[in-house]
Design a protein around this ligand. Structure first.
Ligand SMILES: *[C@@H]1O[C@H](CO)[C@@H](O)[C@H](O)[C@H]1NC(C)=O
Ligand SMILES: *[C@@H]1O[C@H](CO)[C@@H](O)[C@H](O)[C@H]1NC(C)=O
Ligand SMILES: *[C@@H]1O[C@H](CO)[C@@H](O)[C@H](O)[C@H]1NC(C)=O
Length: 414
């Protein structure tokens, strides 16, 4: 799914939202509830935190409650992937009911999957008192296929879609992965209705739930829908206008998401009893990704594309070799040294020396083909996003290999 989740939030919301609420500003502005999207959290300074500030600045005195699903930043992000929507909505419902400042009603803004969940909250949560709901990129009919898959060939997209299609409706995937609960295969409505554990229910596709219907109809409210395609255009525009900042935020977010989800698998799912996540390490990846890796990659690819324009076989091979053998070794050194500095190690080069050869070899095996795709098929403004997404996939491959190992040595552990 789309890499630039957080990004959309900054970009799209501001303009659209204020013009909308401005007319409602009377003496006491109506409070606002926000629900973030996948991979995001309630309050990060680069996404909903920024929107909250903007809202506060343009509607003086407005009360904004950005829903946090969990007790801290990380749980909030993690729950966006792994806590079933039913439980998330229950939690949000409770938080809203307990917030006395919302007692006289509020406006709501949902982003991406958060928009779906807010709509479901109206249907399920007693007295949510929502006056207006703005749905920014909410997938109210679910998702199918791969958004932004256009850069790859159609065959590859099709193949991945089939794979996802096969997995999404399996019972344990439905229970464990939020995004599977709104996977909607339009070519197989029956299977979708039977197996979707969330969307088919709130869309009243299995049985008509009269409570849902009444709750939706009796509210004096309005739904505004901004579609994903408009958001994609905005995402692109921002990357074009602010390539370095934009790419750094995207890359940093992907680094944090990769490390956080890898830790979740290793510490919470594979390890029994589960251990707490290591927040410091996740923070270090955030600093490296946003402050160093992201800007370096953005500047590097811009330079490379300027020096070697085009995507002929000769140019692609040249770029691959330069990238792999001139740039990558330096980037790996920078990565290990930065991490050692952030870890306050005594010998800043020790880890780099011991791991460099091994890492570089693995890196070549994965990245040479990966970069062949990058330089031949991916438009240049998406290069850093692509590299970030591949890095994410790479970490998953490592995790998966690790799990195979555990399973075969301890067969009765599953
Ligand atoms: C909201 O804006 C006011 C100034 O208009 C400022 O004093 C206040 O600290 C802001 N509140 C938040 C939560 O940012
Ligand atoms: C309808 O939805 C309400 C609220 O979630 C639930 O309590 C009730 O059991 C549902 N009824 C049916 C027939 O599914
Ligand atoms: C979907 O649900 C049906 C019945 O509940 C079950 O037989 C089927 O195996 C499920 N599909 C998948 C892919 O697990």
């Amino acid at each position: 799914m789309s890499a630039g989740n957080n990004f959309r939030f900054i970009t799209c919301s501001v303009l659209l939202i204020f013009s909308y609420f401005a007319e409602n500003v009377a003496n006491e502005p109506t409070p606002i509830v926000m629900w973030h999207g996948m991979g995001d959290s309630c309050c990060a300074f680069y996404s909903l935190g920024a929107i909250k500030e903007k809202l506060n600045a343009s509607i003086p005195g407005v009360y904004v409650h950005s829903l946090k699903i969990g007790d801290n930043f990380l749980e909030d992000v993690e729950n966006g992937y792994f806590m079933h929507p039913d439980s998330q909505i229950e939690m949000a419902c409770e938080k809203i009911q307990q917030d006395s400042q919302l007692a006289n009603g509020f406006n709501a803004i949902g982003f991406s999957q958060g928009a779906q969940f807010l709509r479901a909250l109206v249907q399920r949560c007693p007295t949510p008192r929502i006056k207006n709901l703005i749905s920014v990129g909410g997938q109210h009919q679910g998702v199918y296929g791969l958004p932004n898959c256009g850069a790859l060939s159609n065959n590859a997209c099709d193949y991945i879609r089939k794979l996802l299609n096969h997995a999404a409706y399996i019972d344990w995937v439905q229970k464990g992965l939020v995004q599977a609960t709104y996977w909607h295969d339009p070519l197989n409505e029956e299977e979708y209705k039977k197996n979707s554990s969330f969307l088919a229910d709130i869309n009243n596709e299995l049985v008509i739930n009269e409570t849902y219907k009444t709750n939706l109809l009796t509210k004096e409210w309005k739904v505004d829908i901004y579609s994903m395609s408009k958001l994609r255009v905005l995402f692109r525009t921002v990357l074009e206008k602010h390539p370095i900042i934009g790419n750094s935020v995207v890359y940093g977010t992907l680094c944090v998401a990769a490390e956080a989800s890898q830790q979740t698998i290793n510490k919470k799912i594979l390890n029994k009893p589960s251990q707490p996540l290591d927040l410091e390490t996740i923070g270090r990846y955030g600093i490296y990704g946003t402050g160093i890796g992201g800007p370096l990659l953005a500047v590097w690819y811009r330079y490379l594309d300027k020096k070697l324009p085009g995507a002929t076989a000769k140019v692609v091979v040249k770029k691959m070799l330069i990238d792999q053998f001139l740039f990558t070794p330096q980037l790996l050194v920078i990565f290990y040294v930065t991490m050692s500095i952030l870890e306050r190690k005594e010998d800043l080069l020790a880890e780099c020396k011991s791991k460099f050869a091994h890492t570089f070899l693995a890196n070549c095996l994965f990245w040479l083909p990966g970069q062949a795709i990058n330089f031949s098929l991916v438009p240049s403004i998406y290069r850093v996003t692509y590299v970030g997404t591949c890095s994410f996939a790479w970490i998953y491959i490592l995790c998966w290999l690790k799990r195979q190992d555990v399973a075969s040595s301890k067969p009765d552990d599953s």
